[in-house]
Design a protein around this ligand. Structure first.
Ligand SMILES: NC(=O)c1ccc[n+]([C@@H]2O[C@H](COP(=O)([O-])OP(=O)(O)OC[C@H]3O[C@@H](n4cnc5c(N)ncnc54)[C@H](OP(=O)(O)O)[C@@H]3O)[C@@H](O)[C@H]2O)c1
Length: 163
């Protein structure tokens, strides 16, 4: 099973502030949906609560330390290891770790790929993606998109593969 992280991060690696994203980029939302559709998605409890409903067409797995936490339409697990076991149980060829900051930090070592939408701006945030260590990760795809009427920032869809 391939484990991929999917994230949108600014040049300075900011991914969120006050429990929300820092931008509205419709093409990134489409990319996220197309990439993850049909596969298990794993997220921290805070990321789930920022969306507050299960993502359709995907098995939603939420990590929390709270044994009483539950929500309709999601599988609750107590840590990353348990989330991996649940994804193996789905017999899926791929699983996507979709944030947020705490979960990305814990999963860099187990991930095979990173799908990162690099937003070309330095932005203030309170949650960050880890720095991608170029001695461990190789850039295998990089597609640039300019600012347009629907996108306030230019951005690049990048794929990194673990070396
Ligand atoms: N730009 C992007 O691509 C992107 C993607 C996703 C999220 N975000 C942003 O990121 C922010 C949320 O990220 P975050 O770092 O604050 O929170 P998070 O990673 O989404 O969730 C953190 C929570 O996950 C649970 N957790 C984490 N590690 C655990 C472990 N080892 N064992 C058990 N439970 C564990 C804990 O839940 P309990 O407290 O319930 O125990 C913890 O409070 C928001 O601003 C969101 O908009 C951005």
């Amino acid at each position: 099973m391939t484990i991929s992280l999917v994230v949108a991060a600014s040049e300075n690696n900011a991914i969120g502030k006050n429990g929300q994203l820092l931008w509205h980029l419709p093409n990134d939302l489409k990319f996220f949906k197309n990439t993850t559709w049909g596969f298990p998605v794993i997220m921290g409890r805070k990321t789930f609560e920022s969306v507050n409903k299960p993502l359709p067409g995907r098995t939603n797995i939420v990590i929390t330390s709270n044994p009483d936490w539950q929500s309709t339409g999601v599988i609750t697990v107590r840590n990353l290891e348990e989330s991996m076991q649940k994804t193996i149980d789905t017999n899926s060829k791929q699983a996507f770790i979709i944030g947020g900051g705490e979960i990305y930090k814990q999963s860099m070592d187990i991930a095979d790929k990173i799908y990162i939408t690099r937003v070309h701006a330095n932005l203030e945030g309170d949650t960050f993606f880890p720095v991608i260590d170029k001695s461990k990760w190789q850039l295998i795809a990089d597609e640039f998109f300019e600012i347009d009427e629907k996108h306030a920032y230019s951005y690049s869809f990048q794929i990194w593969k673990k070396i």
